[in-house]
Write a protein that binds this ligand. Structure first.
Ligand code: HEM
Length: 195
């Protein structure tokens, strides 16, 4: 899907808030994660491998959320029922995020959109993009806990195109580091001064 046709996908939009995280802080986080040029190379490889599989990845993640009442409630309305249009619109942006993780340079525009995604999980901005009445905030503890399923489930897709063990391991490690990096940045509005 062309990015301009994804409702609410505002990467690079001129009215986005500037991230409170400096490029220097980002580089220090990358160093903390032992980020290397290999990781960038493997993410580009993952981009190729995941091409044509992103929908299946999203099917799996959505089944996982849907099968846990304590998670799907963050997509539910006041009647406790999941809001179909909300799930659908977020799904398209989530799919684009997978592509962005693998392909986007981590520059200022990227940093600013990470801040926007962070805010969209908190009471500052959740529900606004899609004009829904749902639970006001995703709790921080679930943001952190999600790192495991979002990482573990990816392996089978990275292995699905016949790459050798070393390449699959490399792509999987790079993906793991990338998810942790995102969640570190997305913690910022939850922790503000203590971030
Ligand atoms: C590793 C952790 C997580 C990742 C990678 C992730 C990824 C994403 C992405 C890419 C988006 C769309 C961003 C955009 O608007 O462009 C999103 C939105 C959303 N996510 Fe997460 N998410 C995580 C944790 C969670 C958890 C634990 C929940 C709760 C079940 C959750 C619920 C939501 C909801 C409700 C939205 C829509 C927010 C809005 O109203 O704009 N997410 N997430």
């Amino acid at each position: 899907m062309a990015t301009e046709t994804i409702p609410g996908y505002d990467f690079g939009a001129p009215d986005l808030q500037r991230s409170p995280v400096s490029p220097e802080d980002l580089r220090l986080l990358e160093r903390t994660l032992l980020w290397s040029e290999e990781d960038d190379r493997y993410l580009r490889m993952a981009a190729e491998v995941l091409d044509g599989q992103v929908d299946q990845v999203l099917d799996l993640w959505y089944d996982y959320v849907a099968s846990h009442e304590h998670l799907v409630r963050y997509f539910a309305g006041p009647d406790g029922q999941p809001i179909g249009s909300y799930l659908e619109r977020v799904r398209a942006r989530f799919a684009q995020w997978v592509r962005d993780v693998c392909r986007r340079p981590r520059d200022q525009a990227w940093l600013d959109y990470q801040h926007e995604i962070a805010l969209r999980h908190t009471s500052a901005k959740k529900n606004r993009t899609d004009g829904v009445e749902s639970v006001p905030e995703v709790p921080l503890r679930y943001m952190v806990a999600f790192i495991f399923p979002i990482t573990a489930t990816m392996r089978r897709f990275l292995a699905a195109r016949g790459h050798g063990q070393a390449d699959v391991d490399g792509m999987h490690t790079a993906w793991f580091k990338a998810v942790v990096l995102h969640v570190c940045l997305w913690c910022q509005p939850y922790a503000a001064g203590r971030w």
